[in-house]
Ligand binder design. Structure first.
Ligand code: 13P
Ligand code: SF4
Length: 346
């Protein structure tokens, strides 16, 4: 299968580009043209010139590419059912309702900051309301940007990334308000200063890490360092040594001296790949927690997608696994994505 993919890839040449997220299996990463965290891949997709982009990741990432690429580029997801249950925690209607309810009880403007792990429809509401997208690598920077302007922020859908960002920013407890999925939230004793309203969603892959996993790691590897993703609970972040996006996790481990011992609290396939890539270090998963959606991308469906592109070019047959978004929603979701890039890149 690997050889067949390589053959097709070289035949298609620079007509096709394959970006892959860090959570993809080793075999896919080796074939990919680029690998990165969600921020890096989003920026790349706004720059790649290939006519066909085959995204090895999950749906929200491919949708981001559709929005950021130009209209004549086509984006594919080798398995269209590869979604993100965290993204499904909030709908565009939930967003609209939450923004209305919050603006009814505060005097300053409420601006949405939506995590990249959200649908394009949710990003549309974000852009229409002057908000920005964020990823785990820049959430603090984006929230700070609005706080400095005296605006309150509605952060969705990941509660853990929201609360971990609030802790990093030292936002007082009174200014942090959890918005429950039935739209109820604390409405009393709200201070006049900017507040962070956080939606109650979570990633089940990262929620699995428990404090006893940390205790076990510390007991087994007293000299080891623990690095985790900010989608983990606040308790796990507090008891770990470092936290950050998949790119930060990758770089910290890559740049550590040989012989270093690392416990890693994020998706299992990624940890497995780190251990293979850096055999001079001891790299262990905090717990074996797999993202079954990321794992839906296989050599087989990647091959089938490339073959469908090749057949289309040769015989005009129908393309498979093409990702599209509601055309009328593109303008505002692009605005929200570009706002993130502008804040980050300065
Ligand atoms: P990164 O932005 O850190 O790559 O994370 C994406 C993700 O889905 C983590 O679960
Ligand atoms: Fe979504 Fe969690 Fe999988 Fe990341 S690990 S893609 S947040 S389900």
């Amino acid at each position: 299968m690997i050889n067949k993919i390589k053959e097709l890839k070289s035949k298609l040449g620079n007509k096709v580009a394959i970006p892959a997220h860090h959570y993809q299996i080793q075999e896919i990463v080796k074939i990919a043209d680029f690998v990165g965290d969600s921020y890096k891949l989003a920026v790349l997709c706004s720059k790649i010139e290939a006519e066909f982009i085959v995204f090895c990741g999950v749906r929200f990432m491919a949708e981001g590419a559709v929005v950021l690429a130009s209209a004549d580029q086509k984006i594919f997801l080798p398995e269209l059912s590869a979604g993100c249950p965290l993204a499904d925690f909030i709908t565009a209607q939930n967003m609209e309702n939450a923004l209305t309810e919050i603006s009814d009880v505060i005097s300053e403007q409420i601006v949405p900051v939506v995590y990249m792990n959200s649908s394009n429809d949710v990003k549309e509401v974000c852009g229409r309301n002057e908000g920005a997208v964020c990823t785990s690598s820049n959430a603090k920077k984006i929230v700070e940007y609005y706080f400095q302007k005296g605006k309150s922020v509605f952060f969705a859908p990941d509660y853990n990334l929201g609360i971990n960002t609030a802790r990093e920013m030292n936002i007082p407890e009174s200014n942090i308000i959890k918005v429950h999925r039935d739209l109820t939230f604390r409405q009393t004793e709200l201070p006049a200063t900017p507040k962070l309203f956080i939606w109650d969603g979570n990633c089940r892959v990262h929620k699995r890490f428990q404090i006893n996993d940390v205790t076990d790691f510390r007991q087994k590897y007293p000299q080891g360092k623990l690095i985790v993703h900010p989608e983990c609970t606040e308790e796990i972040i507090k008891t770990s040594d470092l936290s950050g996006s998949t790119a930060k996790i990758y770089n910290e481990i890559k740049n550590s001296p040989g012989g270093s011992i690392w416990g890693v609290g994020t998706e299992y396939h990624f940890v497995q790949r780190l251990a293979l890539e850096f055999p001079d270090k001891i790299i262990v998963p905090l717990r074996k927690s797999v993202c079954s959606n990321m794992a839906k991308i296989s050599l087989k469906n990647l091959y089938e997608t490339l073959k469908s592109i090749n057949d289309h070019l040769e015989n005009g047959t129908q393309l498979r696994n093409l990702v599209t978004v509601t055309e009328t929603h593109k303008v505002n979701s692009r605005k929200a994505l570009q706002k993130m890039i502008k804040i980050v890149e300065g």
